[in-house]
Design a protein around this ligand. Structure first.
Ligand code: GUN
Length: 294
């Protein structure tokens, strides 16, 4: 069984990103990312902090807007418009999910698609569906695909089962893995909570990708001997034995599943660091386009 080290792979990608940032700076351009957080959900705060920190480490410009949960939709969209117009900003990310009174679709629609490094804007979703290579692709799906490529796991002709149908992971990941070319050409099934015989469907996978957001959902009987398992889940569970009183676990019951796998990602240090590495890459790509070097 191979443990896929997402942290190590992300570090390699980030090292290349750091060099590219330095090169762009010599040309007078500094990639800039703006992250907008509404409310004080602890998990979202932690994600936003790590995105900001990675920008600093790579020498990028980083702006963080932390808004109260009570912010109005109009005020939030006003901030997005200001960021659209700001030449120092090449990527805009509004952390999801926002509070219930915010219409997330309307906020995403307000982002300039050229700065939509999350790949959530309808124009980028459409481009991905059309197979247009200049689409911004959502960072977690991109990170999953890159993990498979870097680990030498062939997707062409493979039966891939994606567990979860979200717009952030499941749906774009299905589009990505069925595209023609490197890291694609897979036979993709998207399964979810309403899928009949879910364990059997998952068991048919050569590559099983769990993105359902429930701790330990994928049990030993979901996984075929020799399968590859990618765990996208980041769930915080109570654990009196750990120093914080809680810890992060994935969607996969790792201890019982891992012995059956050809390869598996851990949580943490699996997909998580790859998502951030892909966000940095998307922001650099955006900067290159604004600079006219790409
Ligand atoms: N919430 C969980 N993942 C993501 C992501 O990739 N982007 C944004 N904006 N919010 C998220």
């Amino acid at each position: 069984m191979q443990l896929i080290d997402g942290t190590a792979i992300a570090q390699k990608i980030n090292a290349a990103s750091r060099e590219e940032v330095a090169r762009l700076k010599t040309l007078g351009f500094t990639p800039g990312l703006a992250v907008v957080l509404v409310g004080d959900d602890p998990a979202s705060r932690a994600y936003v902090r790590s995105k900001d920190k990675m920008c600093q480490e790579l020498g990028m410009h980083s702006v963080k807007h932390e808004l109260p949960a009570s912010v109005s939709q109009a005020d939030l969209i006003h901030i997005v418009h200001q960021l659209n117009a700001d030449p120092a900003i090449h990527g805009i990310l509004v952390q999801s999910p926002p509070p219930a009174h915010i219409n997330e679709r309307a906020v995403v629609d307000a982002i300039d698609p050229r700065k939509d490094v999350d790949g959530f804007h309808p124009l980028n979703v459409a481009k991905l569906a059309l197979g247009d290579s200049d689409a911004f692709v959502p960072c977690t799906p991109l990170g999953c695909q890159r993990l498979l490529i870097e680990t030498g796991i062939e997707t062409a002709g493979a039966n891939v089962v994606i567990l979860g149908r979200s717009m952030i992971v499941g749906k774009p990941l299905a589009l990505l893995l069925m595209q023609k070319g490197k890291g694609g050409d897979a036979t993709v099934t998207v399964a979810h909570s309403r899928t009949r015989n879910l364990a059997d469907v998952c068991h048919s996978a050569d590559i099983l990708i769990a993105a359902i957001g429930q701790p330990y959902f994928v049990k030993e009987n979901f996984v075929r001997e020799g399968a590859v398992v990618i765990d996208v889940g980041i769930n915080r569970i109570d654990d009196p034995a750990s120093p914080k009183g809680s810890r992060l676990v994935g969607d996969v019951a790792f201890d019982e599943v891992a012995p059956k796998c050809r390869a598996i990602t851990p949580v943490p240090r699996g997909v998580g660091p790859m998502t951030i590495a892909m966000l940095m890459q998307n922001t650099i790509t955006s900067c290159q386009r604004f600079a006219g070097t790409r």
